[in-house]
Design a binder for this molecule. Structure first.
Ligand code: PLP
Length: 406
C-alpha cells in the first residue's frame, strides 16, 4: 500500500526510495523557529551545543541565524570550523581536551576555552606561550547542585567529573593570575540535561552570582557568565519547559548586570526537529508479546536503550484494525527496544514506522554496532529535501580493518 504521509509536501515513499531506511529527516522550519523562539523570549546570547546534533549543515544553520557554537571536543571544533563558524563565536569545553585540540583552538583564536581542571591552565598557558598567543579562558565550575535529572546526564554534583570543584577555586584563581598567556573572561556551568525544575535553575543562578562575586573580590573580573544548557524536552509531551517563566527568573537575577549572560542549549533547539523513518523487517510473537522488528536499532538511536527514554512512534497507515506491539531493532541486545506494547494499526512486513523527536542525541550518538552502517540524514526546507549526510557504505567500514599476516 502506498503511504499517503507527507513531510511538508514530500511523499514519504519518495524519500525512502531515494535515501533508503532508516532515515533521519529534519525540518529546517522547526530548527529555525526553535532558535527564534528561544532568543526572542530569553533575549540572551545562545551558543548551540553541537553534541546534540553535530551535522555540519545544522551547525551552519544555527550559525547563520546568529547563534554562537559550543563544542565539547576537538573533533566538534573541527566540524564547526569546517561549517565556517566564526572562531570568535566558538566556546570549547570538555573534561579531556588533548594538546592537539587545545593547540587548534589557540591557533584559531576561538572566543573562549572553558577549562575544567586546574592543570589545564598550566597546559594552555604553555601552549599559548609557545604559539606566541594569548587566549581567552573561562572556568567551568562544578557548583555541586543537583539537576534532579537522570543520573546518566547529571553533571553538576561534587562526585561528577565535570568542572572545577568548589574546593579548588582559590587555587584556580592563583594559577590564572600567574599565567601570562591567558586572559580570564568568565565562569560557566552546566549541571545536566533534561532539567524541568525552575527551582533547580534558581539555585544555580544564586550560586553563580555568589561565585561571580567571589571571583571579582579575588581580582578576576567576570565579563561573561555562561549558564549552560539543559532545558528539558518532554518526549511524552505531558509537560513543557516554560520559557516565559524561565525568562522571568533570568530577568529577576540578571537584569542589571554588566557582564554577558549566555546559555548553551542543544536538545531544546533540535529535539523536535527530527523524525526517524524505519521499515518493518519482521513481525513475530511470543506467547505474550507481538514484536515488530524494524531496521533502525539502538545503533541508530540509542536513547531508549541508554536512558530508558521512549519516543513516540506512529504509523502512517490508516486501517481500522488495531493491535498491541513491542517495537524492537535488529541489534543483538535485549535493550534494543524502542517501545513496549503500544497500540498501532495492524502492521505488515515492509510497512513504515516513524519515530518522533529524534533531532537531539539521535544521529550524534549513533554507532556502527553490529557493523550496521550509519543512515542518511536529510533536511527539508520549502518542500525540498537536501541530503546533509550520505548513508554510510559497508565498504567504508570493511576497508578500515587490516588483517595482518601473523
Ligand atoms: C557542556 C555542555 N553544554 C551544553 C549541553 C547541552 O545540554 P542540553 O542538550 O541538555 O541543552 C551539554 C550536554 O549535556 C553539555 O555537556
Amino acid at each position: 500500500m502506498k503511504n499517503k504521509l507527507q513531510i511538508e509536501k514530500i511523499n514519504i515513499d519518495k524519500l525512502i526510495k531515494k535515501y533508503q531506511t532508516p532515515l533521519y529527516v529534519y525540518s529546517y522550519n522547526k530548527l529555525k523557529n526553535n532558535y527564534k523562539k528561544l532568543t526572542n523570549i530569553l533575549k540572551k546570547n545562545i551558543y548551540y551545543s553541537v553534541k546534540a546534533n553535530s551535522n555540519q549543515a545544522i551547525i551552519s544553520l544555527f550559525s547563520k541565524l546568529g547563534s554562537g557554537i559550543d563544542v565539547v571536543s576537538g573533533e566538534e571544533l573541527q566540524r564547526a570550523l569546517k561549517a565556517k563558524v566564526n572562531p570568535n563565536k566558538i566556546i570549547f569545553e570538555g573534561v579531556g581536551k588533548s594538546k592537539d585540540d587545545l593547540r587548534l583552538a589557540i591557533k584559531k583564536d576561538i572566543r573562549q576555552i572553558n577549562i575544567e581542571s586546574v592543570d589545564e591552565i598550566k597546559i594552555i598557558n604553555q601552549l599559548a606561550k609557545s604559539l606566541k598567543r594569548k587566549i581567552n579562558i573561562g572556568i567551568r565550575i562544578n557548583p555541586n547542585i543537583d539537576g534532579k535529572t537522570n543520573k546518566k546526564i547529571s553533571t553538576g554534583l561534587d562526585h561528577n567529573k565535570f568542572g572545577i570543584n568548589l574546593k579548588d577555586l582559590k587555587k584556580t584563581i592563583d594559577k590564572i593570575k600567574s599565567s601570562s598567556n591567558i586572559n580570564f573572561v568568565g565562569i560557566s556551568c552546566h549541571i545536566g540535561s533534561q532539567i524541568f525544575s525552575l527551582s533547580v535553575y534558581k539555585r544555580l543562578f544564586l550560586k553563580m552570582i555568589e561565585l561571580e562575586k567571589f571571583f571579582t573580590k579575588n581580582g578576576l573580573v567576570v565579563k561573561h557568565l555562561d549558564l549552560g544548557g539543559g532545558m528539558g524536552y518532554d518526549y511524552a509531551k505531558k509537560m513543557k519547559f516554560d520559557l516565559y517563566k524561565f525568562s522571568r527568573l533570568i530577568n529577576k537575577y540578571f537584569s542589571n548586570v554588566d557582564y554577558e549572560i549566555s546559555f548553551e542549549p542543544g536538545r531544546f533547539l533540535t529535539a523536535n526537529s527530527g523524525l526517524l523513518i524505519t521499515k518493518i523487517l519482521m513481525i513475530k510473537s511470543s506467547r505474550k508479546i507481538n514484536f515488530i522488528v524494524v531496521d533502525a536499532g539502538m545503533n541508530t538511536l540509542i536513547r531508549p536503550a541508554l536512558y530508558n527514554e521512549m519516543h513516540n512512534i506512529f504509523s502512517p497507515k490508516k486501517n481500522k484494525g488495531k493491535k498491541k506491539y513491542s517495537i524492537v531493532g535488529p541489534i543483538c541486545e535485549t535493550s534494543d527496544t524502542f517501545a513496549k506494547e503500544i497500540v498501532l494499526p495492524k502492521q505488515s512486513i515492509d510497512d513504515i514506522l516513524i519515530i518522533e523527536d529524534v533531532g537531539a542525541y539521535g544521529s550524534s550518538m549513533s554507532s556502527n554496532y553490529n557493523s550496521k552502517v550509519l543512515p542518511a540524514e536529510i533536511l527539508i526546507k520549502d518542500n525540498k529535501d537536501y541530503l546533509i549526510r550520505k548513508r554510510q557504505d559497508i565498504n567504508e567500514l570493511i576497508k578500515r580493518d587490516k588483517i595482518p599476516k601473523l
